[in-house]
Design a protein around this ligand. Structure first.
Ligand SMILES: Nc1ncnc2c1ncn2[C@@H]1O[C@H](COP(=O)(O)OP(=O)(O)OP(=O)(O)O)[C@@H](O)[C@H]1O
Ligand SMILES: [Mg+2]
Length: 266
């Protein structure tokens, strides 16, 4: 069975796609140990390896060679795979000198291989629409989380780019979900975002602890809103940081906007 590919992507850089994709993947891997892979598709300027204290491999010749011709060699793939906290991590990116050697077909082949091997493939994708990895990630994803900063410029840029990717790249609108992320303090209007973009919209509030940990290159705690997204996507109960099921969230109404915490189960 093919695994699900979930992309975290933004139109403008610095919107929180790395932070949220890491939290989402770590939370998901608590429920599905060994079955989740987080792939860093921030071609050219990857960040995920720093959070997990990993080094990028400088030579990607064998990886590219493998992606160009079948049958795929698992040993070459395994060379680029790491595991931390039950989460598989793939670092296909190298650096500014290597990334130009990859094109959309390489990344598409990679995502297909990963989806053939893992139940969930979570991709942290470059902002904008200017990289091969972005094109591959958006075209192959089952779910695209478009991370939007909570200001009007970001919303209007998202609208412009969404129109482009749905018309020129034929990305179906129903694969998209907006996640309004407050990288600065303020209260987002998710209903406005939903109305303007024509897709469901969730929010992640400003969280100073999250920011402090992430900016210090430490793995951040999972924000409550991401716990809810994992629940919404998988139906798995919300866990606490020690991986024990704590509460069950019941969803009421559409659009993921009304959540009710049921009583503690233990
Ligand atoms: N909900 C939040 N609350 C507070 N700070 C946040 C939140 N989400 C993200 N940030 C902060 O916003 C900044 C950008 O986050 P991040 O690096 O994840 O964005 P990105 O979209 O991956 O950026 P890039 O385009 O550079 O890859 C970081 O300083 C991070 O700590
Ligand atoms: Mg990033």
């Amino acid at each position: 069975m093919r695994g699900r590919i979930t992309t975290f992507w933004s139109v403008r850089g610095g919107s929180g796609s790395t932070l949220l994709s890491v939290c989402y993947a770590l939370e998901l891997s608590k429920h599905f140990p060994d079955e989740v892979i987080l792939v860093d598709l921030s071609e050219a300027l990857p960040h995920i390896h720093r959070l997990f204290d990993l080094s990028l491999q400088q030579d990607t010749t064998k990886l590219r060679g493998m992606l160009e011709k079948e049958p795929f060699s698992t040993s070459v793939l395994d060379n680029h795979l790491y595991k931390r906290r039950g989460l598989n991590i793939m670092l296909p990116c190298a650096d500014l000198y290597e990334f130009t050697k990859f094109d959309t077909e390489h990344y598409s082949a990679l995502l297909k291989i990963l989806a053939g091997r893992f139940r969930y493939v979570i991709a942290d994708t470059n902002a904008g629409i200017y990289f091969s990895s972005t094109c591959a990630s958006l075209k192959n994803a089952d779910t695209i989380n478009i991370i939007i900063r909570s200001d009007r410029h970001s919303l209007m840029s998202a609208k412009t780019v969404l129109e482009f990717i749905t018309s020129s790249w034929q990305i179906p609108l129903d694969r998209l979900r907006a996640v309004v992320n407050c990288t600065v303090e303020g209260s987002p209007d998710t209903e406005l975002v939903s109305r303007v973009l024509g897709i469901p919209s969730e929010e992640v509030r400003y969280n100073s602890r999250l920011k402090a940990e992430f900016d210090a290159c430490r793995l951040p705690p999972c924000p409550e809103e991401i716990l809810k997204l994992v629940y919404s996507d998988t139906g798995r109960p919300i866990s606490d940081s020690k991986q024990k099921p704590l509460v069950q969230l019941n969803r009421h109404g559409g659009g993921g906007r009304n959540w009710v915490l049921s009583t503690r189960t233990k």
